[in-house]
Design a protein around this ligand. Sequence first.
Ligand SMILES: NS(=O)(=O)c1nccs1
Ligand SMILES: [Zn+2]
Length: 232
Amino acid sequence: CSLQHKDANLHPLWKGPLDVPGGSRQSPINIRVRDSVFHPNLAPISTQYDPNTCLHIWNNGYSFLVEYDDCTNKSVVSGGPLENPFRLKQFHFHWGVNNDWGSEHTVDSKVFPAELHLVHWNCTKYRTFEEAVMEDNGLVVIGVFLKLGRRNEKLQKLVDILPSVRYKDALTEFNYFDPSGLLPACSDYWTYSGSLTTPPLTESVTWIIMKKPIEVDHSQVILVHQVFVTDL
Ligand SMILES: NS(=O)(=O)c1nccs1
Ligand SMILES: [Zn+2]
């Protein structure tokens, strides 16, 4: 299971800055709904994902990531507070050792069993993802909460391949996967300026947190729990 940012110093694999100097916009945060401000003129978020840009899935020791070909603008997010399109680089999940906790963000202190992050970079302002990670307004991460409920057919193809990336550094070819199937039907979202929640923890992220969770069933979450992100 992936560790929460606050447990960073306990994580044997965690290398790099534990306390980002000056961290004024560190993520994750607790979203206090009553403190959020509705902006009627904020456009909806628009995603255009081409499933053919899906490359592979691998276990980086913190989570499993599905990576996309980001050499073109075939898979991008735009709209909402964004001034230009951002290219999809990868998506990954955060989960806990049991269903009582797992999400990084919370909503009025409510924790969800897991949280999906779709990571995009500013291809108008920067030349590569690696460069954008370190820069202001470099990244957009769409966060989607997962809750236990109905089986999620669109997630099953991903769940079925997890046993092949059970251990750190395992990589398997994975293609033709459309991540828009992992977005909730409701397009309402919260947005704030924050940071990466795992190294390098840089404060380069415009967060787009979808208000409604998607549902997965127990059998699907159990398989996620069997992905070990430590050396075994
Ligand atoms: N969990 S996160 O999406 O903030 C992230 N950390 C490093 C690369 S992407
Ligand atoms: Zn993440």
